[in-house]
Design a protein around this ligand. Structure first.
Ligand SMILES: *[C@@H]1O[C@H](CO)[C@@H](O)[C@H](O)[C@H]1NC(C)=O
Ligand SMILES: *[C@@H]1O[C@H](CO)[C@@H](O)[C@H](O)[C@H]1NC(C)=O
Ligand SMILES: *[C@@H]1O[C@H](CO)[C@@H](O)[C@H](O)[C@H]1NC(C)=O
Ligand SMILES: *[C@@H]1O[C@H](CO)[C@@H](O)[C@H](O)[C@H]1NC(C)=O
Length: 383
């Protein structure tokens, strides 16, 4: 994990004006005819937001359901990452596309389908936006600008909601579009599920300093901020996360962690103890949810061998939990899931195609376990 880089000043790209052009009935091209404040309850936040309000952790963001949407502007405040933060944008459940946003006004490009004004019926557009990076991932939402005639409607979340917990292997580190290309995010999308992803590259589960992370995930998971807070001059502290803010409450918990504990020389016995305590601590918030504990898929090498670690440890952790009466924890054996062809040769992390493969294998695993994807989106796009 690097110290957050500072680049030269960067001006918002003036897409303003382009968006409205195809709409003959709009007298003016001004996209932001009125604004909605950041505390509007119809903005459906997900992931971890501080009180500014601003995002932390890859994947955090929000959803909007807007009637007669023609233009959308995000007005971001001074706590936004300088010079920019990459966000994934999906309109009407089309694939996520990356755009860079900055402090100030950001016109969000909308897809053609949602900007074609239907004169016969009202349209209803669903916009999903999330930060992609495990660092440089802060958007400080001040207001949202909408075209005249647009109306914010409630967003109804999916019933299925994944909570993923992990490190770089779950955060999409090294992928061009960050977490939006990670198996975690893709699995969530495959199931038409809500998904929160708390994955911190370089972090151990054990609460030790590891590769620039001041804390381990067993500590940081309970905080609003990711470990990037430590390098952040305008917010160099953490605050407790209020789990009641996770709406909907997660229905399934997925944990893939241990690579950095192993690299830092945490013993198997120590790691086991840390993991068991962590499960006990998350059970306070997730008393009845199934927990899926991944075995490591290891570090694939060019000669075809795989560097496994903590072999047998995860099986023992699951057995120990079951012995204490927790029958809702399951081992996901990922042995053989990831090969040399699936990783970036320079760092052995999954490539975008590797992540797609992993998401496919986990989806299949969950299907066999008994979990089926939701058939529909609860908040349909009507265009
Ligand atoms: C976002 O900014 C980064 C850094 O300047 C740049 O490499 C990337 O191409 C930009 N992406 C988009 C979609 O504009
Ligand atoms: C944040 O605080 C820690 C001490 O708590 C300090 O070591 C670190 O340098 C600070 N970072 C910044 C960017 O201010
Ligand atoms: C477990 O590992 C941590 C970090 O290396 C260390 O501080 C702690 O003393 C260890 N505990 C035991 C019981 O070995
Ligand atoms: C995991 O899968 C591998 C490969 O199929 C197998 O050799 C191993 O025994 C499995 N481990 C467990 C705990 O089921």
């Amino acid at each position: 994990m690097g110290i957050i880089a500072r680049f030269r000043d960067f001006k918002a790209i003036g897409l303003i004006g382009v968006l409205g052009l195809c709409v003959a009935s709009m007298a003016e091209a001004s996209p932001a005819s009125f604004t909605i404040k950041n505390d509007n309850p119809l903005i459906h936040l997900h992931g971890r937001w501080d009180s500014s309000p601003g995002t932390w952790w890859a994947g955090s963001g929000f959803k909007l359901n807007v009637q007669d949407l023609q233009s959308l502007t995000l007005n971001l405040g001074p706590h936004t990452t300088q010079p920019l933060a990459a966000v994934g944008v999906s309109v009407n459940y089309e694939p996520f596309r990356t755009i860079n946003v900055t402090e100030g006004a950001n016109a969000i490009p909308l897809s053609a389908s949602s900007t074609t004004l239907s004169l016969k019926k009202r349209s209803q557009s669903v916009v999903r936006i999330n930060v992609e990076g495990w660092q440089d991932n802060r958007i400080n939402l001040e207001t949202i600008g909408l075209n005249a005639g647009a109306k914010l409607l409630p967003y109804t979340p999916q019933k299925l909601a994944f909570q993923f917990i992990g490190d770089s292997l779950s955060a999409g580190q090294y992928c061009p579009d960050g977490v939006d290309q990670a198996w975690t995010f893709l699995t969530g999308e495959d199931f038409k599920a809500e998904h929160n992803i708390n994955a911190q590259p370089g972090a151990a589960l054990t609460d030790i300093v590891s590769y620039g992370n001041e804390h381990g995930v067993s500590y940081q998971f309970f905080r609003t901020e990711d470990t990037g807070y430590y390098y952040t001059t305008d917010h160099n502290y953490t605050t407790p996360w209020n789990f009641a803010r996770d709406q909907p409450e997660p229905t399934h918990i997925v944990i893939h962690i241990g690579a950095n504990d192993n690299s830092q020389g945490v013993s198997a016995a120590n790691f086991t103890q840390t993991y068991l305590t962590f499960i006990k601590n998350i059970r306070v918030h997730y008393p009845h949810q199934p927990i899926f504990a991944f075995t490591p898929w290891g570090w694939p090498n060019s000669d075809g061998s795989i560097g496994y670690y903590y072999q047998g440890v995860y099986e023992q952790i699951v057995k120990d939990r079951i012995a204490t009466g927790d029958h809702n924890i399951f081992l996901v054996n990922t042995t053989g899931w990831v090969t040399w062809a699936d990783v970036f040769p320079s760092n052995q992390h999954p490539s975008p195609s590797g992540h797609i493969k992993i998401a496919g294998l986990f989806t299949q695993w969950l299907n066999n376990w008994g979990l089926k994807a939701e058939k529909n989106w609860e908040t349909p796009a009507l265009v």
